[in-house]
Design a protein around this ligand. Structure first.
Ligand SMILES: Nc1ncnc2c1ncn2[C@@H]1O[C@H](COP(=O)(O)OP(=O)(O)OP(=O)(O)O)[C@@H](O)[C@H]1O
Ligand SMILES: [Mg+2]
Length: 377
């Protein structure tokens, strides 16, 4: 069953209210009336009518004032003004101010029915247009998520087959063919990483992490993240020095995601450092939080770039040659840290290096035993 069309009549003349109710409150219309403008405005907000009849000449809040406020608060609402014969010019004025049409007094039931039909039809079209626009916006907002999701499975299948094929053909390939296959795998890995990042940024999954939070040992997070980034560091002859205070409170969270954050920060530190340098990662208690910092002596970030780094696709203006990236790592990291009730910050000096700091709420329970003592990698 179609919902009833909601009509609100605001007029100080009881006789107009009565006749509108009699003529319109039949069939699929639900009519609400009021004889004063201020109350009418309140009702507009409460019942969100499909169509409003508004008398221009009322004591107290005038019809023009009511119309103005309706336009401000509900710009798409359809308003028909009711006017006396002598005030047709003000009706035209009202239409300039956004009224859909006007109904001169006195009016016959037939005139009222006809203009109501037109008003409701217009209102229906406006609502349809709004719904369509909203649908388009939702599609646009989710476009990247949908595309990434659809790409993930076929790319994963291609990757698996490529790996299997490489093994099957081992021994039969020339050095050049092996080289090309390796490049193919690297490009595919990069593509899958990108799709994974997009999904992380655009999907609401990050909030779901909270459901599986458990006590996490920060020393383990640091050790696992360092292990992941180490091969990249070695390629640039960069040393990763890690130090974790012992004892150190645990944090309540998702270990995999916290490792992902630290891999992003360490990965950046290596990526934006010069060869033969040291990247330092340090974790300590800073009651009531745990503080993890990653410091490098690399290219640094210009002051004007700092506010954008943690935004989606935010990249510094001066990118060192040959450094690739899509500006999502820090955005994802910020989201993950914030879901953990923490914060991430950066201090940097161009040409001298940067320190990225994560603060996470410490768990009040017994401190973790440090499973990885201070070490150099
Ligand atoms: N340690 C760092 N030193 C200097 N600049 C950095 C550092 N970490 C991040 N940046 C700057 O912040 C930007 C955003 O970093 P982010 O990790 O989000 O993206 P990315 O590294 O460019 O790409 P990806 O999405 O692959 O990580 C980088 O492009 C770079 O300009
Ligand atoms: Mg990065």
């Amino acid at each position: 069953m179609q919902p009833k069309s909601k009509i609100l009549v605001i007029d100080d003349e009881e006789v107009v209210l009565d006749s509108c109710t009699q003529v319109l409150a039949v069939g699929d219309c639900q009519v609400t009336t009021t004889n004063n403008g201020a109350h009418g405005l309140k009702l507009v907000g409460e019942i969100q009518p499909d169509l409003i009849f508004l008398d221009l000449k009322m004591p107290g809040l005038s019809g023009f004032e009511v119309l103005g406020r309706i336009r401000e608060q509900f710009p798409l609402m359809v308003v028909i003004v009711i006017t006396g014969y002598a005030t047709v010019s003000s009706a035209t004025e009202a239409m300039k101010k956004g009224a859909f049409d006007f109904l001169p007094k006195p009016f016959t039931p037939e005139e009222l029915r006809l203009i109501t039909q037109r008003g409701l039809e217009h209102s229906r079209l406006v609502q349809q247009a709004v719904a369509l626009q909203r649908e388009k916006e939702i599609l646009r907002e989710n476009f990247a998520a949908i595309v990434s999701h659809e790409l993930k499975a076929p790319l994963g299948a291609i990757q698996q087959n490529l790996y299997a094929l490489t093994e099957e053909l081992a021994g039969q390939l020339s050095d050049d063919q092996k080289d090309r296959l390796t490049r193919l795998k690297t490009r595919l890995d990069d593509l899958l990483k990108l799709v994974h990042s997009w999904l992380r940024v655009f999907s609401v999954d990050i909030n779901k992490l909270k459901e599986t939070f458990q006590p996490v040992a920060v020393a383990d997070v640091v050790a696992k993240a360092v292990d992941t980034v180490q091969p990249h560091a070695l390629r640039k002859a960069i040393e990763i020095a890690s130090s974790v205070a012992d004892p150190l409170p645990r944090v309540n969270g998702d270990e995999g995601s916290l490792i992902e954050v630290l891999v992003n920060l360490l990965g950046n530190a290596v990526k934006y450092s010069f060869p033969n340098n040291t990247v330092r990662v340090h974790a300590e208690a800073q009651s009531p939080q745990v503080r993890i910092s990653v410091t490098d002596t690399g290219v640094g970030v210009a002051k004007e770039d700092l506010p954008h780094l943690f935004q989606d696709f935010g990249r510094g203006q001066a990118q060192p040659a040959g450094v690739a990236g899509c500006g999502l790592g820090l955005a994802i990291s910020r989201r993950i840290v914030e879901v953990h009730g923490g914060a991430v910050a950066v201090e940097s000096e161009p040409g001298r290096g940067s320190t990225f700091t994560i603060l996470l709420p410490a768990m009040p329970s017994a401190p973790e035993a440090n499973t990885t003592p201070e070490r150099k990698v």
